[in-house]
Design a protein around this ligand. Sequence first.
Ligand SMILES: [Zn+2]
Length: 278
Amino acid sequence: MMIKQNMTQLDTRAGHWVIVSKERIIIRKGEKTIPSGHVSQFNFLTSYLEDVHELPPLSPDTDVLNDPVYVVDMGAEMVQEEEWEAVPLRHLLYEQQTIIFSVIGRAWQYVHFLRTHRFCGKCGSHTERVNWEMAVHCHRCHHRSYPRVSPCIIVAIHNKQALLLAKGVRHKEANMYSTLAGFVESGESLEEAVHREVFEEVGVKVKNLQYFDSQPWPFPHSIMVGFIAEYAGGDIRCQENEIDDAQWFKPDALPTIPPRVSIAGKLIEETLSIIENQ
Ligand SMILES: [Zn+2]
């Protein structure tokens, strides 16, 4: 125990801390963001000091946080101290500005990657974390794995004065209507995925696809690629087990929609302004 305490005193690490316990993030009770400070402020991390990873930086443009970001995975261990609480990632992301959103989201994906790549996918041996990049390496067969990124398309569809929004079966209780989205399949272009997903989910055809924006979405490792499309034909027919309801909504009679921090919220906002300016 003495040795650990001395290590904490000598440890100079200070910055932002993304601490993961089970499927939650540890924050100071009552706060809405991740904690910052010197490692000595986190007594409950004493036995994890050797497992703290500094999040490898991205480009200077996206890394607007000047201080380092440290990631710690406590696994199934929980923090029992009163001033700390564990919150779901989603709860935290909706409170954040884009910058923090990308940092927490990236750290979360890194933890998820390490949790699911403890063994080599090729030969089954234990893997080791690579120090200088986000990767794990197998020393037996030299196979190296990187965090998976799964592309998803997300599309807002407009038809003269209305916007098509759908309520997914999974969001039925929240009664929230949103844009359509789905994973890109192997061998498919982003545009093909838009046409296929839209037709599968609501039975309509679209045209004049315009790229809008993209956003990493850490549930668990997607990149959402946003498009705006015009309606080209067909009647709404909801896909069973996926879509609970889909309708054309007028801008002055919108249902509950996602917050602006998500790309879905931004897509809806942009499409409403297209409709108004027609
Ligand atoms: Zn291997």
